[in-house]
Design a protein around this ligand. Structure first.
Ligand code: PLP
Length: 362
């Protein structure tokens, strides 16, 4: 039976990471939506979130929330992508909270809630410059919030939220959080009550939790990467997050070929398997290894982190990973397994690839 590529899930370390994160958010009265979309809702991992101090289980995909429901999750489910009109019936059926930005969707939600005899809580999204979802015109946001408060019976206004660092690469700063809080206060003045949730973003907002610079009124974050991989902190944000395990997920692949070859391709240079023009460095004859997985399984191989020092990633096609192993050439042979740490992109691909077997360890 084929056993590789294999994704090894360290469940104990995941649980500890959730706890470590929630200790820090709890201390600031911030509740956490545990985001399961990055690992394609692997059931054991979802269950770990469900048994954790997280307030809710969140995903951008209704299918994943439905599967969380089906495995018996007890926590409220939170949809963090604006729903398609075509999925409204399922949203009402399975989901307690959702992020919203379109009046027509809210009207459809209200209608469906009435039909199913249910209520549903919404957070309106403010776009603070990252230019993905949410209201750019903040007066429109306030107007819709007031409209929901006064005229909707089944859809309840839970609060507002924002998302940063996804498309526009905009940094989550206390200033951005204060912009969000200002909008919340305008709404609160108009509706005469305090909003339940002011949701200040994702993993990129947790740095403000670690250094306690997050403004007080932010009381909710939606966190995936920072709990599961926690590799962006040091790699991208120069933040010490030593209290988080970096080995919740490990990808293991099997070596299928080892040969000495030139490092510079031989012949007329054209395009690679994906139609890209590549650059190559001539380092003479080097020992290289092929591992039996590729871009189909992990997306960009350049962000994989080999666990064996001396192993260097040269590139990949759909089904082949190409490594330089010159520095460790006497220690590796065909059939050996090599382990890699994953970036967010690698995790998303690996957990949705049918080729990758998943092994959960405690
Ligand atoms: C994916 C997503 C998150 C979680 O992002 P991480 O970087 O994994 O923490 C939070 N909010 C929204 C709206 C998202 O789409």
């Amino acid at each position: 039976m084929e056993t590789h590529p294999k994704l090894i899930v360290n469940l104990g370390h995941l649980k500890e990471n959730i706890r470590s994160m929630c200790e820090r958010t709890d201390a600031l009265d911030i509740s956490v939506a545990g985001v399961i979309k990055g690992f394609h809702a692997i059931p054991e991992m979802v269950a770990a979130f469900d048994e954790s101090p997280c307030q809710s289980i969140a995903s951008s995909r209704i299918e994943q929330l439905k599967s969380a429901h089906d495995i018996g999750c007890k926590k409220p489910l939170f949809l963090i992508r604006i729903p398609m009109l075509s999925e409204i019936p399922e949203v009402v059926k399975y989901v307690a909270y959702s992020l919203q930005s379109e009046k027509v969707v809210l009207q459809a939600l209200e209608k469906e809630c009435e039909k199913q005899g249910k209520t549903h809580k919404v957070l309106l999204m403010a776009d603070l410059g990252d230019l993905r979802e949410g209201f750019w015109n903040k007066d429109e946001l306030v107007e819709l919030a007031v409209d929901i408060e006064n005229n909707f019976n089944f859809v309840k206004l839970a609060g507002i939220g924002t998302n940063l660092g996804c498309y526009g690469s905009i940094k989550a700063t206390p200033e951005k959080m204060n912009e969000l809080i200002d909008i919340a206060q305008i709404i609160e003045n108009k509706i005469g009550r305090t909003l339940e949730l002011i949701s200040g973003g994702a993993t990129t907002s947790t740095m403000m939790v670690f250094d306690k610079s997050i403004p007080k009124r932010i009381n909710h974050l939606r966190i995936g990467e920072g709990i599961i991989l926690a590799c962006d902190y040091e790699k991208l944000f120069d933040t010490d997050a030593a209290f988080l395990h970096k080995d919740v997920l490990t990808l293991e692949g099997e070596i299928i070929e080892i040969k000495d070859k030139p490092s510079y391709p031989v012949g007329e240079l054209s395009y690679d398997a994906f139609g890209n023009v590549q650059t190559y460095h001539d380092r003479g004859i080097r020992r290289r290894a092929l591992v039996a997985f590729g871009r189909v399984d992990v997306g960009d191989v350049e962000t994989l982190m080999p666990k064996t020092s001396g192993v260097e990633i040269l590139g990949a096609s759909s089904d082949h990973l190409i490594l330089d192993i010159e520095e460790v050439k006497d220690t590796l042979k065909v059939g050996d397994k090599l382990s890699f740490g994953l970036s967010y992109c690698n995790m998303v691909y690996a957990t949705s690839s049918k080729n990758v077997k998943i092994e959960v360890i405690d």
